[in-house]
Design a protein around this ligand. Structure first.
Ligand SMILES: N[C@@H](CCC(=O)N[C@@H](CS)C(=O)NCC(=O)O)C(=O)O
Length: 394
């Protein structure tokens, strides 16, 4: 087999070593054996002046290509790399499997975010350890004592991603059940085979890796739970981190079908994630910035409307619409059987208005004014692209 020649210079991956999506992207680049160097940007330094200026987001992971292009958002970045580095592909050619890999990747990316942030910032041991780590690493350029930086980081993360994301005494059991149920589903799978779809990793493995690696397997509280409740998941985390496509033998499940043990995951998607995604899109269309939704018997109040997730839904609907004729009926059947068809398609396509002037993952550089710099230094760009319309574009 001939090897793709490595670029003269490697890609640069900007990451935080404790970050959810950074772990996902890094594991993908490692598995694909795509040469890259890693940089952990400082908040007031590279994050504001390089990452924000070139991507419009104070977020990681982002990639700078050897040609000087800037890429952001792990999901379209993986598509971009798959097109240019096809060896060891992670998206099955079989259209049914490819569609469900994309659905599970998106679900894992977005629906495990709330429990991951909850365990990190609601439990004192976790919040203290991680805020200290923030202060020692990418926040170490803040002009104040480390203990103060850590306290500010703790408060910010709790305000935005716990209190600000619908987590209360009433919703907490449901939030935690998302983690615990997912561990049970994955434990059942990894007791039987090394990766989700068979003998080698697929896109959905990298989706789950985001939360399972840098948050759940490493933060004190969820790590202990994983070690005791789901040792096969703990083992898979290390296996995927160490996987290299050139050393991986074996195949995926037979084309045209999914392993039976994916069904509980698909039911979670149908009863939890997709109804949420639908309600988020409806609230976006109505021009709201907050909304309430009941999922799986739990009522969440005052959730932020996330424009990015309106785009996630649009994209899943586009993948569904693009299915070739012969795959459409079996995909539809599986979606219907797991309760996922109705919430995926309800109310048709709702436009997110995201990415109107770029094709993701490519980013546009932007001039950043003094006032904007000051504001971003304090706030960052957590849920929304700053300056994005608060209301849907007509
Ligand atoms: N959809 C993006 C999400 C990236 C993201 O949310 N990154 C987080 C770290 S895992 C971040 O940088 N957050 C900055 C903040 O919260 O202000 C992806 O898939 O890469």
């Amino acid at each position: 087999m001939s090897a793709v020649s490595a670029p003269a210079e490697p890609y640069t991956l900007y990451l935080f070593w404790i970050s959810y999506f950074s772990g996902k992207m890094q594991a993908y680049l490692r598995y694909k054996e795509i040469p890259h160097r890693t940089v952990e940007p400082k908040w007031r330094g590279e994050l504001l002046h390089e990452v924000y200026a070139n991507t419009g987001l104070m977020k990681v992971p982002v990639v700078r290509t050897p040609q000087g292009e800037w890429l952001a958002d792990s999901t379209p970045m993986i598509d971009w790399f798959e097109a240019r580095h096809p060896l060891g592909g992670v998206i099955p050619e079989d259209p049914l499997q490819a569609f469900f890999c994309r659905l599970v990747e998106d679900y894992a990316d977005e629906w495990l975010w709330r429990p991951a942030l909850h365990y990190r910032w609601s439990y004192a041991a976790d919040a203290h350890a991680l805020s200290r780590r923030f202060a020692e690493t990418f926040l170490s350029d803040q002009p104040m004592p480390r203990a103060m930086t850590a306290a500010m980081a703790r408060n910010r993360q709790h305000r935005i991603y716990v209190a600000g994301d619908g987590i209360t005494a009433a919703t907490r059991p449901h939030v935690e059940s998302i983690y615990l149920d997912t561990l049970d589903r994955l434990q059942a799978i990894f007791e039987r085979r090394p990766f989700l779809l068979g003998a080698r990793p697929c896109l959905a493995d990298f989706g789950f890796f985001a939360s399972m690696f840098r948050h759940f397997s490493r933060d004190p509280t969820p790590s202990l739970i994983m070690q005791q409740r789901a040792p096969a998941v703990f083992e898979w985390v290390a296996r995927l981190w160490n996987a290299r496509h050139s050393a991986t033998r074996g195949e995926w499940y037979a084309p045209g079908s999914l392993p039976h043990d994916w069904l509980p995951l698909l039911r979670d998607i149908g009863s939890g994630y997709l109804p949420y995604l639908h309600a988020n899109a409806l609230a976006w269309r109505e021009g709201r910035s907050r909304f309430d939704v009941a999922v799986q018997g739990t009522r969440y109040r005052n959730l932020p409307v996330v424009q990015y997730r309106v785009w996630c839904r649009e994209r899943l609907q586009q993948h569904f619409a693009a299915l070739p004729e012969e795959a459409r009926a079996p995909v539809e059947e599986l979606l219907a059987a797991t309760g996922a068809l109705q919430p995926l398609l309800a109310d048709g396509s709702i436009a997110s208005g995201l990415y109107t002037d770029t094709v993701p993952p490519l980013c546009r550089p932007r001039a950043v004014g003094m006032m904007e710099r000051l504001r971003l230094f304090v706030t960052g760009t957590h849920w929304q692209v700053p300056g994005a319309p608060k209301h849907p574009v007509p």
